[in-house]
Design a protein around this ligand. Structure first.
Ligand code: UD1
Length: 367
């Protein structure tokens, strides 16, 4: 039995790594990895393969950047040839990036079962490209593996038949559990001259925040007010870096006192930085889950989250307003310890990939 697993962008690698390991360790299950090349820089892609012990991808499609349509269409064309050559028993996609939808769409048209890991999440905000990718991918998937109760509720409300849906936990947390100890051994923190819990870690890359000058200005203000209080570490995503330069804000950014601008970090390095931060400020999806698992406070700059369990049980706090004073109030409250420590959601235990492999092995065998 052959499963093709798709990776395209940075948040996919830590999800597919444990799945590939679980598949490869089962007799009779062949696991191949297809990298669409949506992310291609060494720091956005190669380092993750190395650190997560993923083998070289069986196919690299070299799709690269561009508009959503260009990226999606190029992925579909390139993946169609792979599918026709490989004739797998299933195509597995994770998360919500453009590669997820593009490859699911090609597979369903070739009548190959589609497996979606991290299904059912909904922000309710259709202006987010990821929300469209999630809704469409789920609607054409045959196996929907979910991370939290809200996802089960969403799929039920969308009339997805129960027999397609499996509550298995969170594969990204499998990677976190697997590599946490290794990340602790890195010399990074001492190389940066930082004490644990002495800094705020920040990431920002969502188009809604960084593709226009007002959003970038708000981010500058946010950094300034936070850095007045604590050192801010900011590993900057290529989209954000490019836009800061394009809108002429690069010099102002670089001049902020107490801000340490870093290149995008590897998986292990970022894990160490997260675990030791006193607070994380982000607009990412996955970081909301990782911080919940690490019990590190997280301020998420979004109107809505598709991962509500991180707010209900975890350490995540949503903030739609980038007004520096509002932010500052929250930052101070958190740093003074006035925020809950949270609990880890059910089945986020490091064993999720094994559950997925078990279900797929027995179910695909019967077909
Ligand atoms: C994508 C995902 C987003 C995810 C994010 C994580 C979609 C719709 N979005 O957004 O959900 O949170 O990845 O990083 O799939 N670039 C480089 N080098 C790279 C990759 C990108 O320089 O290796 C630059 C390019 O100029 C590119 C831009 O960053 O155009 C944006 O990359 P893209 O893949 O289009 O979207 P992300 O913002 O990374």
């Amino acid at each position: 039995m052959k499963i093709l697993s798709i990776v395209g962008a940075r948040p996919n690698f830590m999800k597919v790594a444990p799945l590939h390991r679980a598949f490869a360790s089962r007799e009779g299950l062949e696991s191949k990895i297809i990298h669409t090349g949506q992310h291609y820089d060494a720091r956005m892609s190669d380092v993750f393969f190395k650190q997560l012990e993923l083998p070289e991808p069986d196919y690299f499609l070299g799709v690269g950047g561009g508009s959503h349509t260009q990226q999606t269409a190029r992925t579909m064309l390139a993946f169609e040839s792979v599918l026709q050559a490989e004739k797998p028993d299933a195509v597995l996609v994770v998360g919500d990036v453009n590669a997820t939808l593009a490859c699911a769409l090609v597979a369903v048209k070739e009548h190959i079962p589609v497996v979606h890991v991290e299904a059912g999440l909904r922000s309710g905000d259709r202006r987010m490209p990821e929300e469209i990718n999630r809704i469409l991918t789920d609607s054409i998937s045959d196996y929907l593996f979910v991370t939290e109760q809200a996802a089960l509720d969403n799929l039920k409300a969308e009339n997805v038949p129960d027999e397609k849906v499996f509550f298995v936990g969170n594969v990204m947390i499998d990677s976190l559990v697997h590599y946490r100890e290794k990340a602790r051994q890195l010399p990074l923190l001492s190389e940066l001259g930082l004490e644990p819990e002495s800094y705020v870690l920040m990431t920002m890359h969502r188009p809604a925040n960084v593709d226009h000058v007002a959003g970038l200005r708000s981010i500058l203000d946010l950094i300034k007010s936070t850095a007045a209080y604590r050192t801010v570490l900011f590993p900057i995503h290529p989209r954000t870096r490019n836009n800061m330069a394009q809108f002429g804000l690069q010099t102002e950014l670089e001049a902020i006192p107490n801000l340490r601008l870093l290149e995008p970090q590897g998986y292990l390095e970022f894990l160490q930085l997260m675990e030791n931060a006193c607070l994380i400020i982000t607009d990412s999806g996955g970081i909301q889950e990782e911080t919940t698992c690490l019990k590190v406070p997280c301020l998420t700059f979004r109107d809505s989250t598709e991962r509500p369990v991180t707010v209900e049980l975890g350490t995540n706090f949503l903030l739609a307003d980038l007004d520096p004073q509002t932010v500052h109030r929250h930052v101070v409250a958190i740093l003074e310890g006035k925020m809950k420590t949270g609990t880890i959601p059910p089945l986020w235990d490091g064993q999720t990939a094994g559950r997925v492999a078990e279900i797929l092995a027995s179910s695909l065998q019967k077909k």
